[in-house]
Design a protein around this ligand. Sequence first.
Ligand code: NOJ
Ligand code: CA
Length: 715
Amino acid sequence: MRRTLAFGAFLLFVQLTFGQSISSPSGRLSLTFFLSPQGIPYYTLRFKGKEVILPSRLGLELKDQPSFLENFTVIRTDTASADETWEPVWGEVRKIRNSYRELRLTLQQRLEQPRTLVLTFRLYDDGLGFRYEFPQQPHLTYFILSDERTEFALTANHTAFWIPGDFDTNEYVYNKTPLSDIDALSAGKSAGEIFTRNPIGKRAVQTPLLMKTTEGLFLVLFEAALVDYPAMCLTLSEREYTFTSTLAPDAVGNKAYLQTPTRTPWRVILVSDRAIEIASSKTILNLNEPCRLNDVSWIKPQKYVGIWWEMHVGRASWSYADTNSVRLTDTDWRQLKPNGRHGATTERTKQYIDFAARHGFDAVLIEGWNVGWEDWFGKWKEEVFDFVTPYPDFDLDAVQKYAAKKGIELIMHHETASAVTNYERRIDEAFRFMKRYGYKTVKTGYVGRIIPRGEWHDGQWMINHYLRVVEKAAQHRILVNSHESVRPTGLHRTYPNWIAAEAARGNEFNAWSRGNPPEHETILPFTRLLGGPMDYTPGIFQIKLDYYHPEKKEQVHTTLAKQLALYVTLYSPLQMAADLPENYERFLDAFQFIKDVAVDWEDSRYLEAEPGDYLTVARKAKGRNEEWFIGAITDENARLITVRLDFLQPERTYTATLYLDAPDAHWEKNPMAYRIEQYLVNYQTALKLSLAPGGGAAVSIRPATAIEEKRLRTY
Ligand code: NOJ
Ligand code: CA
């Protein structure tokens, strides 16, 4: 690890106005900070000499105390820079470069009892991070934040990819409109398939917010290292094209309870004239703290299957009985009349374990194993699940022994139904129980309205809860995959056992709602995935769901080949093969790609992309001999793409297996039509791949064997 830090500190005389600029390491971005004559802090940002953020205010409001909005003077300026490389425990690349210039301004407020606020700016070549810091000081110790007033003043009416601002859910379909056309209330209200949704207001949107200017510049507004603070949404204010930070309140309207010394998460603006640079940006990760866990040897990326999709398509149930009212403490579960459709039986679990072992998967997820599912949904009830009592037809001992014999890990499901106080009371016991029965990973879930009532999924209390769970899990050597939790902000650098999260609209919506339009997965890498990996659950082969029931009109908005490509385009160290084993058995040749694809990467190359339209990514598997995987996806439009294999080693011959849309494939009319071709390729090959409407292509590449060199055609 290389690290160079150069500090220069100097005291400034008290003055009425103040200005200071820094540039990013290559000089591409420049930041200017200044104080207005009223002592109001402002910043601006330029990309290649052109303004991208106009003068924007910084400040905070405190409850029952003077605000942190004005009357500041700068009493100290520090600059620093860093250029280091670090290795993530798992990730898209083996090594990450962290190179920035820093400006730290210590501001003092002219009050009878003066207070100090520090603003730290870190400027990277692809973006800016800044945060408020509240040092220890005589006249500020405990304080309540009533609001944050950070502005992001944009230069014009950019095109935005937005979802409604909402402190309870991120599971919306993206809208693409000019800023002036944002109407989050009507978009939010019509999203009937999201059970717990509370759109904040007409002009409120979520972060990460992606925008594109008419000159082709991409901008993302987001945050990094969200700790002990509510998540940030943005509201477009009356002043044209200016967003202001909007934070989740608690039950009495306060935003955060803080104690000095402390600091806010980083506010982040990513800027680039190339979409692929946005998707491969490491700035969010770099702004997070290094790994806090001493021993990470037990943390391993995994591919899994599970008792899951069959419930979402209505073939099985999470619950054991069909009753609408049970009480956790005094129900005799053996007396309930089984409904005959319960998914998580010992026998079914063993089938999954067999399937996982036969096809080289790491783990099996079992949902609906524990009592309480009869009335879990939408009741806002305190004691829903206890996380330790299995249904009568699920034998934990037998499952543990069987999995161990077959070398398969188990993933336990903890749906909390958002009865979070209940979960916190039981979590120590639940984690001990998991370890006793050989479970290494927990999938948590937060469906429904939060208890404590009045809290939001994205409020400070819940933000602290998610991290408490992750820290506790680390003590037990448990990996966490959280669903319906706050969207990630790069904290997996610090806590690599937080292996994935959902926190966006996943594949499951295709099972029971109007679903995800074909462009959805071309937007995620520029928005939600910037914060961290998503458990999207790709790999659905039986795409039309009338297969399960003639009345069932839903379908996944995809071709089969596109489902394969998603394993490469949607990065995650935790990937599910989400369809039923019997569906994979019908298409074992296509299934081979899911078996082969890696989940941890030496290198990743975003080759071409246009958010909302298409994306092509190539990745080199970590710890394997020269294996590359390519994923290319398109929206509802067909596309012909060229992929140059110039990342391969020269003087070497490889075998490429192409999983392609058939010529007549179409996400709606003919989604399961695919073909598989195999060729010899080398670093000079340019693959021409034809993607169907709503389609994709997946390619696996590895050094050719001697037999293949004789037998296969060169591309
Ligand atoms: C929503 C989760 O996203 C899904 O994966 C899970 O199966 C259901 N909740 C039930 O917990
Ligand atoms: Ca969900």
